[in-house]
Write a protein that binds this ligand. Structure first.
Ligand code: ADP
Ligand code: MG
Length: 900
């Protein structure tokens, strides 16, 4: 019988595995918005989003409501890694009856304790008493917290039942009681439960503690969860400490198959049958009762106490946790066991003593095993949700079961949790000064974070644009567009509004074979494009332009280009044809005709002599003549924005805007000829290459430029030029972020104030990093770490979160400004056409637009907001500069044929 009893108290490993799985499921239920209300494991948010980093300093007051005491503590932190906080304590006993009395009396008493404590502590130092004192309140009952300093009591426990408190905010109750004591300089900044206090107490010496377990009268655990998973709060970035309230685990039956008859008896006799089933197996309030019922059952079966009167066993609570701990600690022999049993009025035999000891060990061992199972569930959950292969974590430990049984408890905790979650490695940290010091830490961290938040906001404020700011940008863009289009004003406009001589978008009837050249993008390419009834297919080849040719003579450059074309036509078996050629030439040109364009200036590393001011098409034709190549006929020179619009226009006839957001940014759109003052004629439309990257070069955007933008501009090869582009495009966003990071580090807001030499290198922070960083939710913060490691930066979790905020701010501004520019364009088109509602498609190209995770969404959302009467679709282009150039050639031939 005794063996059977012992077996029923030991839970097999596979059963523990299943239990761990249930616990993890219940944790998810508790966190999810839909299921949280019914969840047994409540997973209450604590609004504690950071562990101490050691820089906290100042005086912090703590008041802790305990089982039968009020503890007051004054903690002085020195910003020295919290190595040696100074602590002054005073403990007050709760008066008789107050635990069941009126709520107001309880809080008045707490405030009175504080008042006395402060009077004694500060009597000799009157200067200190004027200083504001932040207070942390440790309130170890189940609360629904909605802010760090707002917690509604859900239910009393542990013998408390004061009236008029359930459903009220206990912070407010405490603060009003404090104010009544005329302690107006004391501010209640944070409220927390004891588990959280323990976690924060154990976080010190730069070693964050992210889990805490309290194995006491009740049992509970808290840990730092990814904030976005805590769906019951609005926090989405970073982490938040979650109070699991795991005592209620099993209230839905999940523990039924491991419950023993003794557990059932304990539950039936408790004040809350059916509730807190897990706690009733592991809490020290119940372990004695479990032992008592086991002994009663064994006595009935005549397996124990056959020669003694056992009436005493019928007395509820006769076995205390102290008895049990002493019995199990008695390693060799049973003298203590006998003594304890005799004190209780039993006359045990030697065998009885041994058996009682076995039962006690089994009950306490099971409690430790169950704690380990719960811990394993939390560790595995953390490991999974942080997307890590292995997790190393510190676990703060507190409570009388842990303290009374430390070495064996730790042994079981470690070995069982290792078996259940082998991917996780926990280090147990015993809490030394109770939760009081932790509460001071919470308060200190809260104040540090609030101060830091203010400073971060100050740095980022100039980059955050209001709706009014964006409307102004839109209006200014509109003004510059008009100036660029006007015959007289064109010369002084920052937006050049260059005519392209492209007058039609594709209508889908285009056909034929075309050549295309793409010069000025990331690669130089030659393409052949077959436009058929069934669609477009193409072949292309990338050719290298050696630097010696880029920077040699114009003749050599264009000869080289012709050589590449000849090579390409040979490879493609196109030597005998004379194919129309469209030339995508992504440098600023003054276009005079579709096939006539004067180069205004070289950019992007090109400086071939004798080209600026010349007609680029003519230069290409001359080179063909020199090479006696007649397999091609240059019919059009195309800007890449135009190519993009045309390429998308082939699939969507509504596409009358082209947009590029890549290395640079630019846009084109179909304008009414009557509005184009720089070209003769009033009929029909013409595509205008806006060259909007230069918007603001005349100073009209100066009010928007931040310190960071100015520094970035000054270090480019073209200071003062392309000012709009420098706020938006891929070439600059990374560098803007880097400038912000440097300032934030200087202000000690990031990286503990330490700048790596690498981060001080210009352009080291690539724009593609923004994409990676912004894409990572809690799951992929690892990738942020990888980027930072590459930059030789040692970053904390909070650094990563702040870095992401910086990136988001910069990319959001870029998308919004781009939207403001587009809003001006679509609104002008709508007015041009005299319609209330315009439907138009934008063909888009550029790696930033295509690969950044939020840019396109932000762009579209802002545009919808700024131009509500325009219904704008976005169509990413596929190879606009190849396909588009061919289509310009095709459309040109179609138009020419129509004329004939
Ligand atoms: P181009 O504009 O020269 O034709 P792209 O459209 O490919 O070339 O744009 C290149 C730019 O895109 C680079 O300046 C780079 O900063 C940016 N970029 C590259 N990869 C990414 C990415 N993953 N996310 C955002 N931007 C990127
Ligand atoms: Mg491009």
């Amino acid at each position: 019988q005794i063996q059977r009893a012992l077996r029923s108290l030991s839970i097999p490993l596979e059963r523990l595995h299943i239990m761990k799985g249930h616990m993890m499921q219940d944790m998810c239920k508790g966190l999810s918005r839909q299921t949280h209300a019914q969840a047994k494991v409540r997973m209450l948010p604590t609004y504690i989003c950071s562990t101490p980093n050691g820089t906290e300093n100042g005086n912090f007051l703590v008041v802790e409501l305990c089982q039968s005491q009020v503890r007051t503590v004054l903690v002085t932190l020195y910003g020295d890694g919290n190595m040696s906080p100074q602590m002054v304590y005073k403990i007050f006993d709760l008066p008789e009856g107050i635990m069941q009395g009126e709520g107001e009396a309880l809080f008045d008493f707490i405030a009175l304790c504080l008042s006395q404590f402060l009077a004694e502590t500060f009597s000799s130092d009157s200067s200190k008493s004027e200083e504001r004192l932040p207070l942390g309140f440790v309130f170890p009952f189940t609360c629904r917290q909605t802010q760090l300093d707002k917690a509604e009591l859900l239910s009393w426990s542990k013998g408390f039942s004061c009236s008029g408190v359930v459903g009220k905010d206990v912070v407010q109750l405490l603060q009003s009681a404090i104010n009544k004591q005329e302690l107006c300089h004391v501010d209640v900044v944070a409220v927390m439960n004891d588990t959280v206090g323990t976690m924060m107490t154990c976080s010190m010496e730069g070693r964050p503690c992210e889990v805490a377990m309290v194995a006491d009268k009740g049992s509970n655990c808290c840990f730092m969860a990814e904030a976005y998973l805590v769906e019951t709060t609005d926090e989405t970035s970073g982490r938040m400490c979650v109070n699991t309230e795991w005592g209620c685990f099993g209230d839905d039956g999940a523990l039924n198959d491991v419950l023993t008859p003794y557990d059932e008896c304990v539950d039936v006799e408790s004040s809350n049958p059916g509730e807190k089933r897990f706690e009733k197996m592991v809490g020290t309030l119940y372990l004695g009762e479990i032992v008592r019922h086991a002994l009663i059952a064994l006595t009935a079966e005549k397996a124990i106490f056959t020669e003694t009167n056992v009436a005493v066993l019928r007395e509820k609570g006769v076995f205390t946790i102290q008895h049990i701990l002493e019995i199990v600690k008695n390693e060799d022999g049973t003298t203590d066991v006998r003594r304890i049993l005799e004190v209780l009025g039993l006359e045990p035999s030697e065998r009885d003593c041994g058996r009682v000891q076995q039962i006690c060990r089994a009950v306490v061992g099971r409690a430790a095993t169950l704690h380990a199972t719960g811990l394993a569930a939390i560790l595995s959950y953390m490991c999974q949700t942080r997307d890590m292969e292995t997790l190393m974590v510190n676990v703060g430990m507190e409570g009388e079961l842990y303290k009374g049984y430390t070495s064996r408890f730790e042994e079981i905790l470690m070995s069982v949790s290792r078996l259940l979650s082998p991917e996780c490695m926990a280090t147990l940290l015993p809490s030394r000064d109770g939760s009081g010091r932790g509460a001071a830490m919470v308060t200190a961290v809260a104040l540090r974070l609030a101060a830091q938040r203010r400073e971060v906001n100050e740095v980022l404020a100039p980059l955050r644009l209001s709706r009014a700011d964006l409307e102004k940008v839109q209006a200014l863009m509109r003004e510059e567009m008009e100036r660029g289009l006007g015959k007289e004003t064109n010369a002084t406009a920052s937006v050049r509004m260059l005519p392209t001589y492209v007058t039609h978008t594709p209508d889908g009837t285009e056909q034929g074979d075309f050549l295309a050249l793409d010069l000025g993008g990331t690669n130089f390419r030659v393409l052949v494009v077959h436009v058929t009834e069934d669609g477009i297919n193409m072949a292309s080849e990338i050719y290298v332009i050696p630097v010696s040719i880029m920077q040699g003579t114009g003749e050599a450059l264009f000869d080289h280009i012709i050589d590449c074309i000849i090579d390409f036509q040979m490879k493609q078996n196109l030597v005998t044809d004379r194919l129309p050629l469209g030339f995508t030439f992504s440098f600023p040109c003054q276009q005079i005709g579709l096939d006539k364009a004067l180069l205004l200036t070289w950019t992007k590393g090109f400086s071939a002599s004798g080209c600026v001011g010349q007609d680029v098409v003519q230069l290409l034709r001359e080179a063909a003549q020199r090479k006696q190549h007649s397999g091609m006929q240059v019919v059009a020179l195309v800007n890449d924005t135009v190519g993009t619009m045309m390429a998308c226009g082939y699939d969507d006839p509504n596409c009358e805007i082209g947009l590029i957001v890549g290395t640079g940014t630019n846009a084109c759109y179909m304008e009414e000829m009557r509005n184009v003052g720089t070209v003769e004629g009033d009929q029909g439309r013409m595509c205008i290459n806006m060259e909007w990257g230069a918007f603001g070069d005349n100073g009209c955007l100066d009010h928007l430029f931040t310190h960071f933008d100015k520094v970035v501009d000054e270090t480019t090869i073209n200071p003062g030029k392309q000012r709009f582009e420098k706020l938006i495009s891929g070439m600059y966003l990374g560098e803007i972020v880097r400038q912000i990071l440097m300032v934030m580090t200087e202000k000690q807001l990031l990286f503990q104030g330490k700048l790596s030499p690498k981060l001080q290198t210009r352009n080291i922070f690539q724009t593609k990093f923004l994409s990676t960083i912004e894409l990572s939710n809690g799951l992929a913060l690892r990738q942020i770490q990888a980027i930072l490691n590459e930059l030789e930066i040692d970053a904390s979790f909070e650094d990563s979160v702040l870095l992401r905020e910086v990136c988001q701010t910069v990319s959001l501004r870029a998308a919004q400004l781009c939207a403001a520019g587009l809003a001006a364009v679509v609104e002008k088109m709508r007015e041009n056409r005299g319609v209330d509602q315009l439907s138009v498609t934008v063909g888009v190209d550029g790696t930033l637009y295509k690969l950044h995770p939020c840019f396109s969404d932000n762009l579209q959302k802002t545009l919808k907001d700024l131009a509500p009467n325009c219904n704008v679709s976005f169509l990413p282009s596929e190879d606009g500069s190849g396909k588009g150039a061919a289509l310009v050639a095709a459309v040109a031939s179609r138009a020419a044929n129509a004329m004939e």
